[in-house]
Design a protein. Structure first.
Length: 347
């Protein structure tokens, strides 16, 4: 295969891709970019739908590899077209998106909360819309735009949007909590997160005090906000028959463990900080907090156990919880349960 330049690659995709859209004619733009991932630069071609603003990146090396074998490029472009067709079915067009983001009536049922730690988000403190929840945890607000290829597309609600929508932060918060009540909370054993969804909240059976559980929402996306469901926390306390610890695993889920009074809270805090410092455990964008939280059953409230630890304060030896049934040791922070990622489509 002869060397192919940037313009030839762009022209080739621009010519071949429409063949795989069938009767669905969509306008798209093909451009050449230099991308960066994990401090490594690479060349890529972006294909962006003109009416939706959604784009896909195709590494140039992948394209060149496909060109070496007959029909491989067509197979790649067929997959790209399928994903773009899914966008056309599920995502609003640019004019519809504009209407969605400028009309409170249009967006109100799409508003949701993302929990964040204010101490870890200085720009949020200066320019964001948030409501204090517990300790450094605050509720921030986003609006769902659509789902594409199993990934949630959402937009941040900024202070200027409140002015445009002519609503107060209190109104926004109340609506987000109302929407949260309609979502399905999920409590599963830590080992069963991917294998099955045996929702322990539905069974209401007693929880084993030596076990670690995952608490999230059925979507597994932005599931930490389930902590704002007082009814869910009260039920877990009843099922444990005690207070319980809440480990901020990520913005997508938290870990739950019964409190016995024998735990090493310093070790727990160190474990949380170690996990958050490891990008292989938690994506830096998904870090929830370095603090530990306790649900006090009698008071029906969450209390924050503040942490002063950073990743440089200790050797990364993880606090372990033993499963008495299998003698399996589970290290907090080793949970890799998300198959989907929340994509910040707009900022």
């Amino acid at each position: 295969m002869k060397n192919i330049n940037q313009k030839e690659i762009v022209d080739l995709i621009q010519t071949r891709l429409p063949l795989f859209f069938g009767d669905q004619k969509e306008r798209f733009q093909v451009e050449f970019h230099t991308m960066r991932k994990e401090n490594v630069e690479y060349e890529a071609v972006s294909v962006t739908l003109s009416d939706h603003g959604f784009g896909l990146q195709i590494p140039v090396e992948v394209i060149k590899t496909c060109l070496k074998r007959e029909n491989n490029l067509d197979s790649l472009l067929q997959d790209v077209a399928a994903q773009l067709r899914a966008v056309c079915r599920q995502m609003p067009k640019t004019d519809q998106l504009s209407s969605l983001l400028t009309s409170y009536e249009a967006m109100r049922e799409r508003v949701f909360i993302r929990l964040r730690d204010l101490s870890l988000c200085e720009p949020l403190r200066q320019h964001g819309v948030y409501t204090p929840v517990c300790g450094p945890l605050v509720a921030t607000y986003r609006v769902k735009i659509g789902h594409v290829a199993g990934s949630l597309q959402s937009a941040d609600i900024a202070p200027e949007m409140l002015e445009t929508l002519d609503i107060s932060k209190e109104t926004l918060h109340a609506q987000a909590l109302k929407n949260l009540q309609a979502e399905r909370p999920l409590l599963v054993k830590i080992g069963n997160a991917l294998k099955e969804r045996n929702n322990l909240l539905a069974s209401k059976k007693p929880l084993k005090r030596h076990r670690l559980y995952i608490l999230t929402l059925d979507s597994y996306l932005n599931g930490a906000r389930v902590l704002l469901r007082d009814d869910v926390l009260a039920q877990i306390g009843e099922q444990f028959g005690s207070d319980f610890y809440i480990f901020p695993s990520s913005i997508h889920e938290v870990l739950i463990y019964a409190k016995t009074g024998q735990e090493n809270e310093r070790g727990m805090l160190q474990t949380i900080a170690a996990s958050n410092a490891n990008p292989l455990t938690v994506d830096p964008r998904d870090v929830l907090s370095n603090d530990l939280f306790v649900y006090e059953r009698d008071k029906k409230k969450i209390t924050c156990i503040a942490s002063n630890y950073t990743s440089e304060d200790f050797e990364p030896v993880l606090f372990e919880i033993g499963d008495k049934e299998s003698d399996e040791k589970i290290a907090i922070g080793s949970v890799q349960m998300l198959q989907e990622k929340d994509s910040d489509r707009l900022h």
